[in-house]
Design a protein around this ligand. Structure first.
Ligand code: NDP
Length: 281
């Protein structure tokens, strides 16, 4: 049976430390503040934003929410971002995705000052990550790296296979794993014979968005399995992209859903807000 990587516990530990750091900043007159922009009424986004707000509360970070109408123009969105860029009391800006299709999310990410880009999606920060400079690392990949560190899972020389190549998960993960000296393979929907790749993975990171897609016959004995997927069934229950029940019996380490990568993503967002607030000192 695999060791279950407890993202919830680790996230709690990280947030406790951040709370102390937040108090120290406040003593120096810096009140860390996160601004979150939401466009439209996506119900999943509302839950994610609520979780972020709750975590800010726990740590002592100020939280401001900007809810924009669905039919807002690109220019109106950029104008708001620029206003927030110029506000000295705001340290982090986050644009909750998805946003309506008529808006260009990449242009919006580019408009967020790289100094306040706590999600790490601004091209400057993506570039800094790829050349190994200090930056805001996007929260899900960063959370996964923290889990490896906590559980002493060494990536050096390991075959890491990432399934999914999105800008927010798969692509930044490539850099994060390369920086840890792993040999990285990236698979996606056009990959042929996926199983050939997954069977070879010492560490398999799955970010597809398809419930229980990875089954135990697809993994190597004693592999480390990181499940990023969040899929909500008709019964409202959350499942990951990995068939946890069966894969757990064969893996050496595995993350559960819920309670794995999800809480770590929020914890690393909080980490990035505190980092942004420290950067202004
Ligand atoms: P995207 O939909 O942007 O990307 C999905 C990726 O999976 C794409 O690269 C796609 O390939 C690939 N893919 C889809 N089907 C297959 C398949 N059958 N075989 C191989 N690859 C496939 O999703 P995200 O990266 O945004 O999110 C992925 C999952 O992670 C979702 O369930 C999301 O909810 C969850 N998530 C969880 C977070 C957390 O904190 N736990 C944070 C962010 C996301 P292609 O590029 O060819 O289309």
């Amino acid at each position: 049976m695999a060791v279950i990587i407890n993202g919830k516990e680790l996230a709690k530990k990280i947030k406790e430390q951040l709370k102390i750091e937040c108090e120290e900043l406040k003593k120096e007159g810096i009140l860390p503040k996160l601004a979150v922009i939401m466009v439209g009424e996506d119900s999943a986004s509302k839950i994610y934003v609520k979780n972020k707000s709750k975590s800010c509360d726990e740590i002592g970070i100020e939280f401001e929410e900007y809810i924009l109408k669905e039919d807002i123009t690109q220019q109106q969105l950029i104008d708001l971002i620029e206003t927030l860029n110029n506000k000295k009391d705001i340290h982090g800006i986050l644009l909750q995705s998805p946003i309506p299709k008529h808006l260009d999310i990449n242009k919006a990410f580019e408009a967020i000052s790289y100094k306040k880009d706590v999600d790490g999606f601004n091209p400057i920060n993506i570039g800094k990550l790829s050349i190994g400079q200090d930056t805001f690392v996007s929260c899900t990949p960063y959370g996964i790296i923290k889990m490896f560190e906590e559980y002493n899972i060494d990536l050096e020389g390991k075959n890491v296979v990432i399934i999914g190549r999105s800008n927010i998960v798969g692509k930044p993960l490539i850099q994060c794993c390369l920086n840890k000296n792993a040999t990285v393979t990236v698979c996606h929907s056009k990959t042929k014979n996926l199983k050939e790749f997954t069977k070879n993975a010492d560490i398999l990171i799955v970010a597809i968005g398809k419930s229980k897609y990875i089954t135990s016959d697809m993994i190597k004995e004693k592999a480390v399995i990181i499940d990023v997927g969040i899929n909500r069934g008709e019964d409202g229950k959350l499942t990951g992209d990995v068939d946890f029940e069966n894969v757990e019996k064969k893996a050496s380490y595995i993350t559960p859903v819920p309670g794995g990568v999800g809480p770590m993503t929020v914890a690393m967002l909080m980490n990035n807000v505190i980092k942004a607030a420290k950067n202004i000192k």
